[in-house]
Design a protein around this ligand. Sequence first.
Ligand code: NAD
Ligand code: IPM
Ligand code: MN
Length: 357
Amino acid sequence: MAHRIAVIAGDGIGTEVMPEGLRALEAAAKRFDIALEFTTFEFGNCDYYLEHGKMMPDDWFEQLKDFDALFYGAVGWPDKVPDHISLWGSLLQFRRQFDQYINLRPCKLMPGIKSPLAGREPGDIDFYVVRENTEGEYSSIGGKMFEGTEREIVIQETVMSRTGVDRVLKYAFDLAQTRPRKKLTSATKSNGISITMPYWDERVLEMAKQYPEINVDKFHIDILTANFVLHPDWFDVVVGSNLFGDILSDLGPACTGTIGIAPSANINPEGKFPSLFEPVHGSAPDIAGKGIANPIGQIWSGAMMLEHLGYKEASDAMVAAIENVLSEGDQNVLTGDIGGKGTTKTLGEAIADAIAQ
Ligand code: NAD
Ligand code: IPM
Ligand code: MN
């Protein structure tokens, strides 16, 4: 039976990198004899909002819940719709309603790409950010008081539940267990954020008792960001709350040359709901419409989706194809963010050809 994939391109460069993601997946499906059935949805973008006054139809959950996976581009176009409305009306709903509580984001310096960090070679930067994806600082609890007066106050709560914290920590420790270095770094800020962050630290210590072979350390988020730049080779699996994980997963890929290549998997590990695969980057209004966005984040997200669906070999072949095309370093193929003069399409086609062999 074919795997049913829901495709939502979103806004801006989401609509430009998506065709390349699909091209690569189709090449992998053909080579490895995998049956994938793609169904495209026209909602979950800001033009849909302008027409309907909402980002998605009321029955979006029913429409999507039985798919095997969701393949997303990027959403947001702040000139049309305020970001918090477009994002809370689409992507953040998927993460929450489909209980995709893991956001797995690899950061890897690829061959042929120059790191902005002096002297770093492929192999020096190769770690995962495991981001809590359904609670933490991204909560809707709070409000405004004395609005419009000088006494105006806005409050937004951070929510950490024991279940929510423990399940992301468990995932991160399990992941560290599969890695040769068996190292886990926790992102904290328990010196300043005096209730939720000490709680996070406590749960890390508690979880660590069950994983005696894992080497655990922690850094406050301020020095952790500095260490990403100064010592990216220290890291193997980095686990953080929703906001810290968000920040680290743009910084990590930036250290590997560009956020244009960074993939992510929003996972519901129990498989009760579909998981969602999307690049880390957004809709990039500054370059949208020019056909120059790097499609690798989207393609690599497709590779993560195939791994999730049980096709490790096909997934590895997709990543190897990305690495091969990057190593060749053809200026006419690579996009501008990685030093080339090519387009979304030249790079996407080269990778699809490399997958097909
Ligand atoms: P962004 O990731 O869209 O862009 C940041 C910078 O990186 C821009 O200069 C952009 O040109 C560049 N960039 C991003 N992806 C690239 C690619 N594939 N190739 C080459 N260059 C690339 O972040 P932003 O500007 O903060 O946000 C723009 C919009 O996207 C906002 O509406 C924001 O809310 C939304 N957003 C959505 C997601 C998502 O859908 N997951 C993620 C981040 C931001
Ligand atoms: C991401 C994005 C989203 C997030 C935004 C667009 C809400 O930055 O996927 O990293 O903060 O989770
Ligand atoms: Mn982000």
